[in-house]
Design a protein around this ligand. Structure first.
Ligand code: PHE
Length: 472
């Protein structure tokens, strides 16, 4: 079996695919807004420290566990724990989490596509109508866009790891970098843009408190696609001659670089729209920023570049977000697909059909939980208010469970697989890693404070979200 497992074709291909997974809506919108609200460069520094000291070792552990076991997350947990059932809980969570995240991420991606199509058809000004978003997400058009997204992702995954995932990333990622840099260059030449740069880059230490630290940690973990089983799965497709530490560093760097650069796009754009902006008033939600605020900002650019110029800028931005979301969606759906292939011995197409079909059904339930179906719109109540089915999926899987999954993978690799096993895997293809500071640091950190911090962030988030309480 092991010899027939698919593989990435090259180290660069792997790095682009993994970076494609990591670079998503979280980088392009979530990070800039978080940074702006929470102390600018002070937040950035904190975030970079978390990426280097906590996320990088976890990413290496996930990649190592995948490459050594050559299995999907459930298979990897079973492999290292020799089938002990308690550990399998971790494996199941690492399969269910990406499944559920994929469902609602698909919903957001279809909205992005819908907006892109609207802008290209000349409707930018209509998007700024306060009712547009609400009407759009409740319209039958969403089913068409969902079908298109399912078709696109299905086609990429059908072609497999090398010809599908890797090839897609090799096209979309460079295009994404170029579009991002082009947009930054354009936005920085707008009036008052420098006010945004200043706001972004001047550190304000006074904003850093325990909640902000907790938020920076959660954001970094999410942004690097950790705790979602993705890095275990992608690791299982990695060539053993390639360096895991080296590749993980590149992925972390690319992800953080894109998040930082997106700040140079979003904040100057907001300030050039309104120089009196107070970023503290920005909405916390990436969704409201993308779909209600940013279209207004793009439309306002018509004063200097005309309606079609403004539409072009908006279209490039939405295409950028669409590519980022699509490569993330591909990576996350590959996790359950590889799970079904490994565990059930199915072919790729059978697994894809099974996962895809059930996923579309759950995605439909999310899609119609904004008013179309009352039961799903008023699904449950917690944390001081009524929540829809979509809210529940979002709160549990997107916002809460990842640090718990990270906690379990740390315990699995250091206490079941043991450090010697992990070290041996990570040294393969990276001879310099043996005895290095990073190796010694990771050994210590993964078995001590990293799982503790992740557990703490998890408990704190649960208390916050569901019980309106806090540990800090
Ligand atoms: N890192 C991704 C982001 O920033 C997180 C993600 C990956 C989400 C895969 C969904 C699927 O958006």
């Amino acid at each position: 079996m092991a010899t027939s497992r698919e593989q990435f074709g090259s180290r660069l291909g792997f790095i682009l695919a993994a970076a494609g997974s990591a670079v998503g809506i979280g980088n392009l919108v979530g990070f800039p807004v978080n940074a702006a609200k929470n102390g600018g460069a002070a937040f950035l520094l904190l975030y970079a420290v978390f990426v280097g000291l906590i996320c990088l070792p976890v990413m290496m552990a996930e990649l190592g566990a995948g490459r050594s076991s050559r299995k999907n997350p459930l298979g990897a947990y079973q492999h290292f724990s020799q089938g002990r059932s308690l550990w399998s809980i971790g494996g199941w969570l690492a399969l269910i989490t990406p499944y559920m995240i994929a469902v609602f991420y698909a919903v957001i991606t279809l909205w992005v596509l819908g907006y892109l199509v609207a802008i290209v058809s000349g409707d930018l000004s209509a998007l700024t109508n306060p009712d547009y978003f609400g009407d759009f997400i409740d319209s039958p058009l969403v089913f068409v866009y969902l079908a298109i997204i399912a078709g696109l992702v299905g086609t990429i995954l059908h072609f497999g790891v090398k010809e599908g995932i890797e090839r897609g990333a090799k096209i979309m990622m460079p295009a994404l970098f170029v579009m991002l840099l082009g947009l930054v260059a354009f936005v920085l030449t707008r009036d008052n843009a420098m006010l945004g740069v200043k706001y972004y880059l001047i550190p304000d230490i006074s904003k850093i408190n325990a909640q902000v630290i907790n938020g920076a940690m959660a954001q970094a973990f999410f942004s690097l696609s950790l705790g979602m089983g993705i890095m275990i799965t992608y690791g299982s497709y990695m060539d053993r001659q390639n360096s895991i530490p080296g590749s993980a560093k590149m992925v972390a760097l690319a992800d953080t670089g894109v998040a930082f650069t997106a700040g140079l796009l979003v904040l100057p754009a907001i300030f050039s729209f309104n120089p009196d902006t107070n970023p503290a008033d920005l909405s916390d939600s990436s969704v409201s920023l993308i779909f209600t605020f940013l279209p207004k900002i793009f439309l306002a650019m018509q004063a200097s570049v005309g309606y079609w110029g403004a539409s072009l800028v908006a279209a490039v931005f939405f295409l950028l977000v669409f590519f980022a979301a699509l490569t993330s969606l591909v990576s996350i759906i590959e996790v359950p697909v590889s799970g079904v292939m490994d565990q059930k011995g199915s072919t790729r197409n059978q697994a894809l059909a099974g996962v895809g079909l059930t996923m579309v059904l759950v995605a439909l339930a999310c899609t119609v939980s904004f008013g179309i179906v009352d039961f799903l719109t008023h699904f449950i109540s917690y944390g001081g208010g009524g929540r829809s089915f979509f809210d529940l999926v979002y709160d549990v899987f997107y916002d809460t469970i990842l640090p718990l999954n990270g906690f379990m993978i740390c315990l699995l690799v250091t206490y079941r697989w043991k450090k010697a096993g992990l070290n041996e895997e990570l040294e393969h293809g990276a001879p310099d890693f043996k005895g290095s500071l990073l190796e010694r640091y990771s050994n210590f950190a993964l078995s001590t404070f990293i799982p503790l911090i992740l557990l703490f962030v998890f408990i704190n988030t649960v208390l916050n979200k569901f019980f309106e309480m806090s540990l800090i």
